[in-house]
Design a protein around this ligand. Sequence first.
Ligand SMILES: NC(=O)c1ccc[n+]([C@@H]2O[C@H](COP(=O)([O-])OP(=O)(O)OC[C@H]3O[C@@H](n4cnc5c(N)ncnc54)[C@H](O)[C@@H]3O)[C@@H](O)[C@H]2O)c1
Length: 314
Amino acid sequence: MTPSTLERVLITGATGFLGSWIVSALANRGIPVLATDISEDYHRLDALCPNPPEGMVERRICDITDPEALDLLIGQMRPTGIIHLAALQIPVCRERPAAGAAVNIGGHINIFEAARAHRIRRIIYTSSIAAKPRGSANAPSNLYGVFKKTDEEISRIYWQDHQLPSLGLRPYIVYGVGRDEGETSAITRAIEAAALGKKYEIPFDTRSCFQYVGDIAEIFVRAVRSDWRGALLSDISDRVQSTDDVLAAIRTVVPEAEVTVADTARVSPEDGFDTSPLRQVIGDLQETPLVEGVLKTVELYRAIDARRRQAQSA
Ligand SMILES: NC(=O)c1ccc[n+]([C@@H]2O[C@H](COP(=O)([O-])OP(=O)(O)OC[C@H]3O[C@@H](n4cnc5c(N)ncnc54)[C@H](O)[C@@H]3O)[C@@H](O)[C@H]2O)c1
């Protein structure tokens, strides 16, 4: 194998929630990772994976709004696949739309341009369920969703014009240790509060696909080692459950939990999910049952808290 064909995955948004889990999953599987982010704060990854396998994770600062830096990095490192996660979330896109568009749309184009220039044939990027049309306008309901929808269309055009393959995945509400940004982080905050004996009110009542982050990381690991043709776009789940189901799972795992749900409806798509493009790439999907995902999350939060206390008292 020549150095250029050695397996190596470049991730954007590596310090974030999904990034930390995917970096950890790849490294633990023996797949070298080039972890990039605009931030250097790897506290989530350090908590999840305090002792990563030697030499598996290289960290680089890279702002995806800087096309030259991105092109240089991808040209130098020649990754076999790119997992593109970097984005600004719903509240930031609402408050600073131009910054949101620069990162979520401009950054997406920069990744695709660099991949095109250096002939990277595996790009997996995160769209969002927010891109799915909904309501009377039959359209995304916020700017973040509009930006993500635009990314899906941009990806389609890169296949049409340049035959650049991509796989866009639409996560719904992902929960697990490290989810502390964005509107729907409330689900994880509720589980964390239950684990650590605190009170918490989930500020909305909804029906949604609640996805355990370990399953999502596994999907990315499998997909970035697969080949496909076209600009595929896929949902990740069609298992719709309610906030009350989340609450019941929390109470099964932590019977004394003081977690409640506010009486404010959050309307989300409940049907029309299609996971077949993803299954076409990686085969069957594993979905951790809610109670099991909550249990794993509670145990991990408690283990991290115990480690933190031990470090403080040492
Ligand atoms: N977590 C979910 O439930 C969920 C649901 C739907 C879609 N998504 C999408 O999945 C992806 C990852 O989500 P997450 O929950 O890990 O988000 P996150 O906010 O934890 O991580 C995003 C990362 O992007 C980085 N970033 C921001 N601007 C950047 C820039 N200019 N250059 C480089 N890096 C930059 C941030 O520093 C951060 O580490 C995002 O694209 C998000 O929109 C997540």
